[in-house]
Design a protein around this ligand. Structure first.
Ligand code: ADP
Ligand code: MG
Length: 604
C-alpha cells in the first residue's frame, strides 16, 4: 500500500485551529483586547460594526511591533510571551499560545498597523484568509491597530451559524466588561456602529464597576479585602437585597484574568447562607491574586477555567472573608421578591375594562374541558350555599350531597347561585367540571394567558399602547441601553413608545396596556436579563423571548389572593388559549382529577 499521510497545509491547519479559538465575533474581541493589554496599553479603543460581523477593531497605545514581528505575529505558535515549557507555570500575560492572530487571519480580512515607540515609520500588513495581500510602511501613531473585517467570510457555515445582532452584541459586551473590570487602571472606549457605548476612564475598582454597571450600583457594594500567604482577595459583593433572580453579575478574576469556577461560586453563595431568598443569586466582583506558579491556566482552550493548587484552602478563605464582610456591614436578612404582588391590579379585569385590548384568540373546541358544562350549564357534585370559608359549611354541603349522591350527582342545579371555583393556598384554582375537578396553577396558567396575548400583539403589530401622562425616565447602564436600542422596534410592536435615549437613560412615553406604570422598570430589567441569558438556538426569536419574559414578570404570583371573579376569568382565559395545557416554559398549567380517580383514593 502506498503512503497516504500528509501534513496539512498551513492555511488549512490555521482554519482548523481557528475553530477552537474563534467561535464568534466576541472571541476576536477577547483576543485583541488581551493582546493590547499584554502590550502594556493604557488606552484601548474597541470599534464594532454590525455586532462584530462586519468589523472588530482594537486600537491601543501599547509597545507596538517591529516590521519583522508584525509579520511573525500571524504565524501559528508565534508568541513573544513564553519561550519554554516551564514558562507556562509562571504566566504573567493573558496570551501565551501564539494562536490567536494566525487563527483570526485565516478566517477574515485583517489589517494590522503598528509602530514601536522608537521607530519613525510603522508597518501596515493586510491579510485575507492567511494570505498576505500587502505590506508597506505607513506613518501611524505609537501602538497597534488591528482591524478584523468580515469574519468567517470564507466559512459560510460558520457565518450562518452566528446569532442575531442582539445576541452577538451581548457576547461582545460581556467580553468587553470582563476585560474592563479586570483592568480599572486602563481606559477603555467602546463604539458600536459609531455610537459610543462605553467610555471608561482609568480609576479604582469601585469607580470601574460603577462606570460599567451604572451609578445605582454604587450603594449596593460591600467591600471585601483580605490578604493571606496563599491568596489576596479584594473586590465587592452586592448586598443581599440586591441579589438577582438570575445569575448575572458574578465575576471572579484571578490574577486579573476573568475565570469561571462553580467551586468558588459555591463558596461565595454559601457565605450568603440565610441572607438570600431561595433561587436568588448574589452579585459579586471578586479579585483573587495568587502566586502565578500555583495555578494552571492551560486546561481550557478559551481559558476561562483554571486549576488551583490550593483549591480547598481558597474555598474556605473566600467563604470566611465574604461572610465576615457581610457581617461587618450589618447586612440584614430581608428579601422578598414578591413583596408587592398583592398590590397589583390583577390582569384580566383590566382587559375586561378595555375591550379591544385583548387580542382575539381563536378557541380550539377540542381542548376545552368546560365545553359540555357550557352547553348544559353548570353541574356540581355537591351543593353549596354562597361562598364561605368555614369548614363546617363545607361538611354540610358534602353531607347533603352524599345523601343524594347517586341520584343527583350530575344533574343540573341551575336554580342555585353556586360557586364554580375555589382558590387553594393562594396557589391553585380548583374548578369543578362534570367529570371531576380541574386544579389550575394560577401563576403558570396566567403566564400562558399573557404569553399568548403578548405574542399576538407583538407579531400582529397592533400594539395596544397607553400613553403615559408623564413620561418616565429610567436609568440603565450603557450596555443595557445599547441592548434596549437594538430591540427597540420589537418593544414598540409590543406597545412601548420611547422618547429619548441617552447614554445611561431612556425616556418612555407609552407602555402596553397590560403593563402598569410601576412595573416598567422591572419588566425591562427582566427582559434584558432574559435576553442575556438566552442561549439561543436556531428558532430563537426576540418576539418569543419578549413574550415569555413579559408573561413571567407580569403574571399573578403564588401567594396572590384571587376574588371569585378573578378566578373564573383566569379559568376562562386559560381555556381560550391555543395551548392551555402548558406554560410558556413547558410546565403543566393544570391537572384534572376525575371522579373515578377521587373514588380510587378512597378505595385503596
Ligand atoms: P499570544 O498572545 O498568545 O502570544 P497572538 O497570536 O495573540 O498570540 O499574538 C502573537 C504575538 O503578536 C504576541 O505574542 C505579541 O508579541 C504580538 N502582538 C499581538 N498583538 C499585539 C499588540 N496589540 N501590540 C503589540 N504586540 C502584539
Ligand atoms: Mg494573544
Amino acid at each position: 500500500m502506498s503512503d497516504i499521510i500528509q501534513l496539512l497545509p498551513d492555511h488549512v491547519a490555521n482554519q482548523i485551529a481557528a475553530g477552537e479559538v474563534v467561535q464568534r465575533p466576541a472571541s476576536v474581541v477577547k483576543e485583541l483586547l488581551e493582546n493590547a493589554i499584554d502590550a502594556g496599553a493604557t488606552n484601548i479603543k474597541l470599534l464594532i460594526k454590525d455586532a462584530g460581523k462586519t468589523l472588530v477593531q482594537v486600537i491601543d497605545d501599547g509597545k507596538g511591533m517591529s516590521t519583522t514581528d508584525a509579520r511573525m505575529s500571524f504565524e501559528r505558535h508565534a508568541t513573544s510571551k513564553i519561550q519554554k515549557a516551564e514558562d507556562l507555570f509562571n504566566l504573567n500575560t493573558k496570551g501565551f499560545r501564539g494562536e490567536a492572530l494566525a487563527s483570526i487571519a485565516a478566517i477574515a480580512h485583517v489589517e494590522l498597523k503598528t509602530k514601536p515607540t522608537d521607530e519613525e515609520l510603522g508597518t501596515c500588513i493586510k491579510i485575507e484568509g492567511s494570505k498576505i495581500v500587502s505590506q508597506e510602511f505607513v506613518s501611524t501613531g505609537k501602538g497597534t491597530s488591528l482591524a478584523v473585517k468580515n469574519l468567517f467570510y470564507n466559512i459560510p457555515a460558520r457565518r450562518n451559524f452566528l446569532k442575531s445582532d442582539t445576541v452577538e452584541t451581548r457576547h461582545i459586551i460581556d467580553e468587553f466588561q470582563r476585560v474592563a473590570l479586570a483592568h480599572s487602571d486602563i481606559s477603555f472606549l467602546l463604539h458600536h456602529n459609531n455610537n459610543e457605548v462605553y467610555h471608561l476612564k482609568s480609576g479604582n475598582l469601585r469607580q470601574r464597576i460603577v462606570a460599567v454597571f451604572g451609578t445605582k450600583m454604587n450603594e449596593k457594594l460591600v467591600p471585601i479585602d483580605e490578604k493571606t500567604d496563599i491568596v489576596a482577595i479584594e473586590g465587592f459583593v452586592a448586598k443581599p437585597e440586591f441579589s438577582k433572580r438570575k445569575r448575572g453579575e458574578q465575576f471572579f478574576f484571578v490574577n486579573n484574568r476573568f475565570i469561571k469556577s462553580s467551586y468558588l461560586n459555591h463558596a461565595v453563595v454559601s457565605a450568603f447562607d440565610g441572607l438570600l431568598e431561595q433561587g436568588a443569586h448574589p452579585s459579586y466582583f471578586l479579585y483573587l491574586t495568587v502566586p502565578a506558579n500555583t495555578i494552571d491556566i492551560n486546561i481550557h482552550p478559551t481559558k476561562t477555567e483554571i486549576k488551583f493548587d490550593n483549591e480547598k484552602a481558597l474555598y474556605a478563605m473566600l467563604r470566611a472573608t465574604v461572610k465576615h464582610s457581610l457581617g461587618q456591614y450589618n447586612v440584614a436578612p430581608v428579601l422578598d421578591f414578591n413583596r408587592d404582588a398583592g398590590l397589583d391590579t390583577p390582569y384580566a379585569f383590566k382587559s375586561d375594562a378595555k375591550p379591544g385590548a385583548v387580542p382575539k384568540i381563536s378557541v380550539d373546541p377540542d381542548f376545552n374541558p368546560f365545553r359540555e358544562e357550557h352547553q348544559k350549564e353548570m353541574n356540581f357534585p355537591f351543593k353549596r350555599e354562597k361562598q364561605t370559608e368555614s369548614w363546617e359549611s363545607l361538611y354540610t354541603s358534602v353531607d347533603s350531597t352524599l345523601e343524594q349522591q347517586n341520584a343527583s350527582l350530575f344533574e343540573h342545579q341551575q336554580e342555585e347561585k353556586t360557586q364554580k371555583t375555589f382558590q387553594i393556598q393562594r396557589k391553585y384554582v380548583m374548578s369543578l367540571i362534570k367529570s371531576g375537578v380541574v386544579l389550575i396553577n394560577q401563576s403558570l396558567a396566567h403566564q400562558r394567558v399573557l404569553y399568548e396575548q403578548f405574542l399576538e400583539s407583538i407579531t400582529v403589530k397592533e400594539a395596544n399602547s397607553q400613553q403615559l401622562l408623564f413620561p418616565v425616565k429610567i436609568s440603565f447602564s450603557s450596555a443595557e441601553i445599547e441592548m434596549i436600542y437594538t430591540i427597540k422596534t420589537e418593544l414598540e410592536n409590543a406597545g412601548f413608545s420611547f422618547d429619548e435615549f441617552t447614554k445611561d437613560s431612556v425616556t418612555i412615553k407609552g407602555i402596553p396596556v397590560s403593563v402598569t406604570e410601576s412595573k416598567i422598570t422591572i419588566i425591562l430589567e427582566e427582559l434584558l436579563n432574559d435576553i442575556n441569558l438566552e442561549v439561543p438556538d436556531a428558532s430563537f426569536s426576540h418576539f418569543d423571548v419578549m413574550a415569555k419574559s413579559f408573561a413571567k414578570t407580569l403574571s399573578i404570583k403564588t401567594g396572590t389572593l384571587l376574588s371569585e371573579r378573578e378566578q373564573e376569568s383566569l379559568v376562562n382565559n386559560l381555556f381560550s388559549c391555543k395551548e392551555p395545557t402548558v406554560s410558556p416554559f413547558g410546565k403543566a398549567t393544570f391537572k384534572t382529577l376525575t371522579l373515578n380517580q377521587i373514588d380510587n383514593l378512597f378505595n385503596s
